[in-house]
Design a protein around this ligand. Structure first.
Ligand SMILES: CC(=O)SCCNC(=O)CCNC(=O)[C@H](O)C(C)(C)COP(=O)(O)OP(=O)(O)OC[C@H]1O[C@@H](n2cnc3c(N)ncnc32)[C@H](O)[C@@H]1OP(=O)(O)O
Ligand SMILES: CC(C)C(=O)C(=O)O
Length: 803
C-alpha cells in the first residue's frame, strides 16, 4: 500500500498543551540527573535472544565500572533466568553498598510477591511498579475506567508497601518505591497527575530526604509528539504535583520519532531529576534514550555527568557482545566513524584547528587559564573517551591537501609548506582515484617516501648524499670603507652516490644549496634553480632535527615551453645538521626532476690544471673500495693516474676506469695472472721468548714454487727474507699500513706495503702492493707479494730497456 496523499485521514496529531508561561525554554542545564540504566530490563526485554546470566553479569559489572548507582537489573517475575540473576547478584555479594538494585513489576499481586522475593537481602532496592494510564490502554488493554485504573495502582502500591516492610523487617533491605504511569506522554496530563497523587497517598511515607522520596517515572512509552510537547507535559507535572520536594521526577523517553535525546534534555530543563535509559539506546522498537549520548552531551557543556566513559571502546564492545546487536558507525560518540573526517574541507579545518589550539593552549598554560577545546568538526576530544587521533582524518578521493598534510605531520613529523601540500595532494588524489579506495596512513606515508625519496635505503633515489664539506670562499671584493663586505660565497665539496657509484663533486654558490646545485650542473649536467626553501625543527633539545623543504625549477634561461615554465619539483630532507637537511632536500627534488634520464658519466680531470686533485682520487677509492690509502700511496697513485690518462691522450678519467687502474696497478683483488708471486700456503709461528717469528709454507716466487722457511721480527720481515733468498738484489719494507674494513663478523683487514728494491747496476726503485683478507697476517703477506710482483714487473721492464 503506498503512502497516503492525505495522512490526516489516518493519523491524528497530538493535542498541544496550553502552557503559555512555560519556563523550560529559557533554562540551561547545570548539573547531571540521577541516572538509571535499564539495559538489563527494558533493553533486555527488547532482544530477540535475551541475555544469559553470564552476559547480564558482565553488563552489570560494566555499568558499575561506568559509575551507575541505580540499575534496573530485571523483571524478576518474567522468568527464572531474571529471578535467579537477581538472587545471584545478592547472594554472591556482587552489589556495592552504594548501588540501588531496581526491579520492575506490573500491578499484579502474584508478580509483586515474586519481585520482592527476588530482592530480599539486598542492601538497597527500588521496587518499580507500572500500569498504563492512557485512554487507549484503559479502554483496550485493561478495559478499565479512570477510577478503576487509579484503584489498580493504589491497591498494588499498598501491597508493595506491606511486602517491602515485611522484607525490611526480615532481611534488612532498604526500599524505595517507583511508580510509572506507563504511556504517560499519551495520558491526559491531569489524569496522570491524579493517578500519581493517589499512589503517593497510598504509599503514604514519602519524605524529603533523597532516600525517602517517591520516584514518579514519566515514560514516553511510545514517543508520539515533539520534545517541546513532552517538556510541557513534564513541566506541567512538576508544577502541579503536590509535595514536589518529596518526589523524584524521572523520565523514561523512547525514541520512536528519533527525538529521545531532545525529549530527555528538554524534560530535564522542565524539572525532571532523573533519567532512565540504555547504553547506546538499546530498547523496545527504536530504543530507549541513549544514556551515553546524554551524559557526553553534558560533558561537552562542561558538566561532569557523574558517569565515566573514559574507555568508550571497551564499553561499546561489551554492549555489542551482550546485546548481540551492532552499533552504527555513525552513532554519537561511540561509532567507528564519529571522529573521522574524509572530506577535504573538514580535514583542512581540523588540521588548522589543531595548529591554532596548540598555540592557544600554550598561551593559556602560561597565563594559568583553562585550555578550552575548540576544534572545528570535533565537539569532543576523542582522547577523553580513550580514543586516539589515528582515525580523525582518513583519506579517500573526497579528501583535500589539509587532511593529507595532517597525516604526514602526525606520522612523519613533517610540516609541509603549503605549496608542497598541494603538490603531494595531487599524488595521493591520483592514487585514490585510480584505485577507488580509501588511502590508509601507510598508503600515504609510503607514497610520500617514494615521491620524495625520503626515509631509508628502500626509498633512496639515484643521487644520495654520502659526505660533504661546506667551506666559506673569500669574498671576491673587499669591502671599501663604509661599505658592507660582499657576501661570502660557499663551496660545496662532497661525495654523492650516483646510480650506486660514489662520485666526488664540487661547486660554489651564495649558500650551501646553490653550491650543491652548481656542483650538479658542473659535474652531472643537472641544471636546476631554487625557488622556495623552508625549514622547521623536529623535536627539541639534543634529539632535535631539522626538516628542510625545497622547490626546484628550471632556470629561466632554459625555459623552452609552457610545460617547462610550470614544472617544479619538491624535495624534503631531515638531518640533525641543518645544512645536511637542506642538501638532502635538494637531492630529493633533483631525484624527482631527473627521473630515469641518463646522466653523463662523471669524469675526474687529472691533467694539467686539474680540477680533481689527489684527495678526490683518494676519496673515490675510499667510497668505491673502502680503502683509506696512505698519503704516499695517494701521491703515487695520482701520478699513475696522470700517466695513464696522458698515455691515452686525455686529461680525464672515468670513475670505473679509475677503479680498474687502481686494481691493476696494485694487484688489488685481481689474481696474479702469471702466477709469479702467489702464496700457496703459509704458517706463522712464534719462536720462544725472542719475539721472532718463523714463516713456513709454499710461495710462488718469480713463477717458481718454493718451500719457505724464514724468520723475521714479524710476518712481513719474514716474507721479505723469503723474497731475498730467491731474488736477485735486495728488497726491504719502506712503508706499511693497515686498517679494518667493515664491522663485526664481516670485518676484513686492508694492508698497504711499499717495498724498496736494490740490485747492483739497477737504479733503486719502490713499488706498492695492496691486499685485503679476513686474516690480518694473510692480508699483510699478500700485500708484500703484490708489491713484489710490481717490483718484478718494473725490473723486467728495466732489463728489457737495457738498464
Ligand atoms: C512498557 C514496558 O516495557 S512494560 C514491561 C514489559 N515487559 C514485559 O512484559 C516483560 C516481562 N513480561 C512477561 O514475562 C509476562 O508478560 C509476564 C510474566 C509478566 C506476565 O505474563 P502473563 O501472565 O502470561 O500475561 P501477559 O504477558 O499476557 O500479560 C497480559 C496481562 O497482564 C495485564 N497487564 C499488563 N500490564 C499490566 C500492568 N502493568 N499491571 C497489571 N496488569 C497488567 C494485561 O491487562 C493482561 O491481563 P489479562 O490477561 O487479564 O487480559
Ligand atoms: C515500565 C515503563 C517505565 C516502560 O518501560 C515504558 O513505558 O517504556
Amino acid at each position: 500500500m503506498p503512502m497516503l496523499a492525505d495522512p490526516s485521514k489516518k493519523y491524528r496529531p497530538y493535542t498541544p498543551l496550553i502552557l503559555p508561561d512555560r519556563q523550560w525554554p529559557s533554562k540551561v542545564a547545570t548539573k547531571p540527573p540521577v541516572w538509571l540504566s535499564t539495559d538489563l530490563r527494558d533493553g533486555n526485554q527488547a532482544l530477540a535472544n535475551p541475555m544469559t546470566v553470564p552476559q547480564k553479569t558482565l553488563f552489570f559489572q560494566t555499568l558499575l565500572k561506568c559509575g551507575f548507582k541505580e540499575i534496573e537489573v530485571a523483571y524478576p517475575a518474567a522468568s527464572d533466568t531474571d529471578f535467579n540473576f537477581v538472587r545471584g547478584l545478592i547472594e554472591q555479594k556482587q552489589v556495592p553498598d552504594d548501588v540501588w538494585l531496581q526491579v520492575l513489576t506490573p500491578a499484579r499481586e502474584d508478580l509483586i510477591k515474586r519481585t520482592v522475593d527476588a530482592v530480599a537481602g539486598a542492601k538497597r532496592a527500588i521496587i518499580h511498579m507500572y500500569n498504563a494510564t492512557s485512554c487507549t490502554f484503559r479502554e483496550v488493554v485493561f478495559r478499565n475506567s479512570k477510577e478503576e485504573t487509579i484503584a489498580l495502582a493504589v491497591k498494588h502500591t499498598k501491597i508493595i508497601r506491606q511486602l517491602t516492610e515485611e522484607c525490611t523487617a526480615k532481611h534488612g533491605t532498604q526500599f524505595r518505591f517507583e511508580y510509572s504511569p506507563e504511556t504517560f506522554s499519551q495520558t491526559e496530563p491531569e489524569f496522570a497527575l491524579a493517578v500519581c497523587e493517589a499512589v503517593k497517598e497510598a504509599w503514604g511515607k514519602a519524605g524529603t530526604a533523597f532516600e525517602e522520596r517517591i520516584i514518579f517515572n514519566l515514560p514516553a512509552t511510545v514517543e508520539i509528539a515533539p520534545p517541546n510537547h513532552f517538556a510541557d507535559q513534564v513541566e506541567t507535572f512538576c508544577r502541579n504535583i503536590s509535595e514536589r520536594e518529596k518526589i523524584i521526577v524521572s523520565l523514561h523517553p523512547h525514541n520512536d520519532r528519533g527525538q529521545g535525546i531532545a525529549a530527555a534534555e528538554l524534560g530535564m530543563l522542565a524539572g525532571a531529576d532523573r533519567v532512565e535509559g540504555c547504553l547506546f539506546g538499546n530498547g523496545e522498537r527504536t530504543g530507549n534514550v541513549d544514556l551515553v549520548n546524554l551524559a557526553l552531551n553534558q560533558y561537552t557543556q562542561g558538566i561532569n555527568p557523574g558517569v565515566d566513559f573514559s574507555d568508550i571502546e571497551t564499553v561499546r564492545d561489551i554492549v555489542i557482545q551482550c546485546n548481540d546487536l551492532p552499533i552504527h558507525p555513525r552513532h554519537p560518540y561511540a561509532g567507528d566513524l564519529v571522529f573521522t573526517a574524509f572530506s577535504g574541507s573538514h580535514q583542512d579545518a581540523i588540521k588548522k584547528g589543531f595548529e591554532a589550539q596548540r598555540i592557544r593552549h600554550a598561551k593559556a598554560a602560561e597565563a594559568g587559564e583553562p585550555q578550552y577545546w575548540d576544534i572545528p568538526y570535533l565537539p569532543i576530544d576523542p582522547a577523553d573517551l580513550g580514543c586516539t587521533y589515528e582515525a580523525v582524518i582518513r583519506v579517500n578521493a573526497q579528501s583535500g591537501k589539509g587532511g593529507i598534510a595532517y597525516l604526514v605531520q602526525q606520522h612523519l613529523g613533517l610540516d609541509m609548506p603549503r605549496k608542497m601540500q598541494i603538490a603531494f595532494y595531487q599524488v595521493v588524489q591520483a592514487i585514490a582515484d585510480r584505485e577507488a579506495r580509501e588511502m590508509t596512513v601507510e598508503d600515504i606515508t609510503t607514497a610520500f617516501r617514494s615521491t620524495y625519496h625520503f626515509g631509508g635505503s628502500a626509498y633512496e633515489g639515484r643521487l644520495v648524499l654520502k659526505s660533504f664539506k661546506i667551506s666559506a670562499e673569500p669574498a671576491s671584493e673587499l669591502a671599501r670603507d663604509g661599505e658592507e663586505a660582499a657576501d661570502e660565497r660557499r663551496q660545496f665539496d662532497g661525495t654523492i652516490s650516483v646510480d650506486g657509484v660514489v662520485r666526488v663533486i664540487r661547486g660554489d654558490g651564495n649558500g650551501p644549496l646553490s653550491a650543491l646545485l652548481n656542483a650538479l650542473r658542473t659535474h652531472l649536467d643537472i641544471d636546476l634553480a631554487l625557488r622556495e626553501y623552508s625549514e622547521h625543527a623536529i623535536g627539541e633539545g639534543q634529539d632535535a632535527k631539522a626538516a628542510s623543504y625545497v622547490e626546484l625549477v628550471i632556470p629561466a634561461a632554459n625555459i623552452k615551453d609552457t610545460r617547462s615554465a610550470s614544472a617544479s619539483w619538491w624535495g624534503v630532507g631531515v638531518d640533525s645538521d641543518i645544512a645536511a637537511s637542506g642538501l638532502r632536500a635538494v637531492l630529493s627534488a633533483v631525484n624527482s626532476a631527473i627521473g630515469d634520464r641518463p646522466l653523463p658519466e662523471l669524469k675526474l680531470s687529472v691533467g694539467f690544471g686539474a680540477k680533481s686533485g689527489q684527495a678526490d682520487i683518494a676519496s673515490a677509492i675510499l667510497h668505491s673500495l673502502q680503502l683509506e690509502l696512505p698519503r704516499r700511496l695517494q701521491a703515487s697513485f695520482f701520478e699513475a693516474v696522470q700517466r695513464a690518462t696522458r698515455d691515452r691522450g686525455t686529461e680525464e678519467i672515468s670513475y670505473s676506469d679509475l677503479i680498474t687502474l687502481f686494481r691493476e696497478t696494485y694487484g688489488y683483488e685481481v689474481p696474479d695472472r702469471e702466477g709469479r708471486f702467489v702464496i700457496k700456503s703459509f704458517k706463522m709461528e712464534n719462536l720462544g721468548e725472542s719475539g721472532r717469528k718463523e714463516l713456513t709454507g709454499e710461495f710462488y716466487i718469480n713463477g717458481k714454487l718454493k718451500h719457505i722457511a724464514t724468520q723475521g721480527n714479524g710476518s712481513l720481515s719474514a716474507a721479505v727474507a723469503a723474497l731475498n733468498d730467491h731474488l736477485d738484489g735486495k728488497v726491504s719494507i719502506r712503508e706499511y699500513a693497515e686498517h679494518s674494513i667493515g664491522e663485526g663478523s664481516e670485518v676484513r683487514a686492508a694492508s698497504y706495503v711499499e717495498l724498496a728494491y736494490e740490485r747492483e747496476g739497477v737504479r733503486k726503485f719502490n713499488a706498492w702492493g695492496v691486499a685485503s683478507d679476513s686474516d690480518i697476517t694473510a692480508s699483510g703477506l699478500k700485500a708484500v707479494m703484490r708489491a713484489a710482483s710490481n717490483i718484478d714487473l718494473i725490473d723486467r721492464q728495466m732489463m728489457a730497456n737495457g738498464h
